[in-house]
Design a protein. Structure first.
Length: 393
């Protein structure tokens, strides 16, 4: 069996893993980034890149490339099932996920990280109870890769978390969703002016609640060609195949009832299959560290329910983990006690009191979405008082 040693091994080259690798490599750390897939790849996701995520791209000196490959969204149209609408100020990029992931991996490599695609982790390596590496299968060859710290960034239902005994699966703290792309979507040209001035649409429908749907221009040709990421997310119950198939039926039912949705998609052409996936929320209350191990992004269940900004939360956890790993290397302390304390108290991590208060607000809103009249009233209130949207979204 081949044996290779690194300072840090990151399992998963999605947004969290690549951002973490870039920060570590920029600091001069010898980091190896692994992923079981070959890039570019297609995955379920909303293509929304918020300021909380793009600030990391700026710090990693890749903002110009992100800007060129994206559409800039400065408005968001909220639509209730009863037809109430509110156009609010909301800034983000619309960036195709497959292109964003390539950008992030390239950025990590430009700082000196090594990337190995098509490399599947099949187990953790331990010594005296400490995680000290991974076993991988790459091209039919099994290897043992050693590291001072392993960082798990392999998404919802993380294999790394399961192997470490940290995985929790609470259906009430999960969602399931699907996304695709349409071309020729009818956008309001009074609001969708060009690549650097566009809008997205979020649909709050009681039959989908407490989930939601969206139509979001994506990529530099999003407005010009009406190329949009279209998707929906609903609460996860049992995760059965029937539940996943039912997503498409629920989308078709919603489209038949939605005046705004059908107007936007009539005549548009679906240009990609439906991509489906699960999302775990911060309410999983997962432990995020062990001796020699840190979990980040979806692997650590860092996203807040209802908030569409999973990328921002993932990137914040990635930076926190990078700083934690770098400090651990300097101190030569890879204990769970140190990793947990430093990671939890990082400035980018939400404090417990703030998290509790935010979850109370989010849960109240989620429950109100089940009431058709309540959704209409909420959207009407937002239309009259745009500051209310800032507190919700």
């Amino acid at each position: 069996m081949n044996r290779i040693e690194r300072d840090v091994i990151i399992v998963g080259a999605g947004p969290a893993g690549s951002v973490c690798a870039a920060y570590l490599a920029k600091a001069g750390v010898d980091v190896l980034l692994l992923d079981r897939d070959v890039f570019p790849r297609d995955k379920a996701g909303g293509d929304m890149v918020s300021e909380s995520f793009s600030k990391h791209i700026t710090q990693l000196e890749a903002a110009d490339r992100l800007d060129r490959m994206s559409v800039f969204i400065n408005r968001m149209l909220l639509v209730s099932g009863g037809g109430s609408e509110a156009l609010i100020d909301y800034e983000c990029y619309g960036t195709k996920r497959r292109e964003l992931e390539v950008l992030l991996v390239d950025t990590a490599c430009s700082w000196g990280a090594e990337f190995r695609p098509a490399c599947r982790v099949i187990g953790l390596v331990r010594e005296l109870g400490k995680v000290c590496g991974v076993r991988v299968l790459n091209g039919g060859v099994e290897s043992e890769l050693r590291a001072k710290i392993v960082i798990g960034a392999d998404g919802a239902m993380s294999f790394t978390a399961k192997e470490a005994g940290l995985m929790r699966e609470a259906p009430g703290a999960m969602s399931i969703g699907m996304t695709t792309y349409f071309e020729g979507v009818r956008l309001d040209r009074n609001v969708a002016i060009g690549q650097y001035s566009a809008y997205g649409t979020v649909f709050l429908d009681h039959q989908i609640a407490p989930g939601y749907l969206w139509i979001l221009p994506a990529g530099d040709g999003g407005v010009l060609h009406g190329v949009c990421n279209v998707g929906m997310v609903v609460d996860y119950t049992d995760g059965s195949r029937k539940e996943r198939r039912d997503l498409e039926a629920r989308f078709a039912d919603w489209l038949s009832r939605s005046t705004r949705g059908s107007a936007m998609l009539t005549g548009a052409r679906q240009i990609a299959p439906w991509y489906k996936g699960k999302q775990t929320f911060v309410t999983q209350n997962m432990k995020k560290t062990a001796d020699g191990l840190i979990l980040i992004g979806d692997a650590a269940s860092v996203m807040l329910p209802l908030r569409g900004d999973g990328l921002g939360a993932a990137a914040n956890s990635a930076r926190a983990a990078a700083d934690t790993a770098w400090e651990a290397i300097k101190r030569d302390d890879y204990s769970d006690a140190f990793l947990s304390e430093f990671y939890r108290n990082h400035k980018l991590q939400m404090e417990e009191g703030e998290l509790v208060d935010t979850l109370k607000t989010v849960n109240l809103i989620r429950e109100s979405l089940r009431d058709p009249a309540g959704v209409n009233r909420t959207v009407e209130k937002i239309r009259l008082d745009k500051t209310l949207a800032e507190r919700i979204f």
